[in-house]
Design a protein around this ligand. Structure first.
Ligand SMILES: O=P(O)(O)OC[C@@H](O)[C@@H](O)c1c[nH]c2ccccc12
Length: 271
């Protein structure tokens, strides 16, 4: 363990240890990705709010496990207007699988984000996805690749990388390597606490040409409005969609209109 890992919550430390050991695939994977930015534009043109709906069977911060057919859940989220889907593929702590992602990608047309803890290039070989998550906090460490290298190789293979940040330093690093899709995680992986102020504080420092995503802790329409007003181009929502009827839940968030947003707040980041 290096010194910076001591500040991680035990559950997250265990996730990272498992991630460092997980094997990749047997053959080199490259993809012909469905464009995330085009999907966002189409949602905006239809007057809806871009939502990445997340299929997260369980997590270290969730009670119980959802055992429904993930492909049915995915289709219901798309019916509910989701712009893209995030599919957890981490097996040990989130109940995900790469096979599930492959099945979902076969049946829906929206871009699919592979949500996992990827720390080595070979792990990109596990499954084809339109987007992959690169968590700044977990890269540039002992036994992990550099964020910049992994970003470049992922892009060269056709993946659209989403670089996840939580602090100003991580954000500066993401901007420095030229990330065009950045997600601000409102959840602190050190304490697992969530505050939407994290997004509000970092968003003003993000260049306008970056596609900016607000991640975690979005549970109500007011939260959607708050994140949109602070400059979110899209919202990543897991728990609040996974509890109950996923189609109705997704629809509730995708139908928040810009008028609702301008009525309550002022824009601080435009794209
Ligand atoms: O369930 P929530 O609070 O709506 O959060 C979704 C998503 O942001 C969260 O699952 C997440 C953000 N970054 C991650 C990295 C790995 C695993 C999960 C995550």
């Amino acid at each position: 363990m290096d010194a910076s890992e001591e500040s991680l919550a035990p559950a997250v430390q265990s996730i990272l240890t498992a991630a460092k050991q997980r094997a990749g695939g047997t053959s080199r994977c490259s993809v012909d990705a469905t464009s995330f930015q085009s999907a966002i534009s189409a949602t905006e043109a239809a007057g809806q709010t871009p939502v990445i709906a997340e299929i997260k069977p369980t997590s270290p911060t969730t009670d119980g496990k959802r055992d429904d057919d993930p492909v049915a859940l995915a289709s219901a989220m798309v019916e509910g207007g989701a712009t893209a889907l995030s599919v957890l593929t981490e097996p040990e702590h989130f109940g995900g699988s790469v096979e599930t992602l492959a099945q979902i990608r076969n049946v829906v047309e929206v871009p699919i984000l592979r949500k996992d803890f990827i720390v080595h290039e070979s792990q990109l070989d596990a499954v084809a996805a339109d987007m992959i998550l690169l968590i700044a906090r977990f890269l540039d460490r002992p036994e992990t690749d550099s964020l910049e290298e992994l970003y470049n190789v992922a892009q060269n293979r056709g993946f659209q990388p989403l670089v996840e940040v939580h602090t100003r330093d991580e954000l500066e690093r993401a901007i420095e390597i030229g990330a065009s899709i950045i997600g601000v995680n409102n959840r602190d992986l050190g304490r697992l606490a969530v505050t939407l102020q994290t997004f509000e504080q970092l968003a003003p420092h993000v260049p306008d040409d970056v596609t900016l995503i607000a991640e975690s802790g979005i549970k109500t329409i007011e939260h959607v409005q708050q994140m949109r007003a602070a400059g979110a181009d899209a919202l990543l929502i897991g728990t609040a969609i996974m509890h109950g009827d996923v189609q109705t839940n997704t629809r509730r968030f995708t139908t928040v209109t810009d008028t609702d947003i301008q009525d309550t707040t002022t824009e601080t980041h435009t794209s």
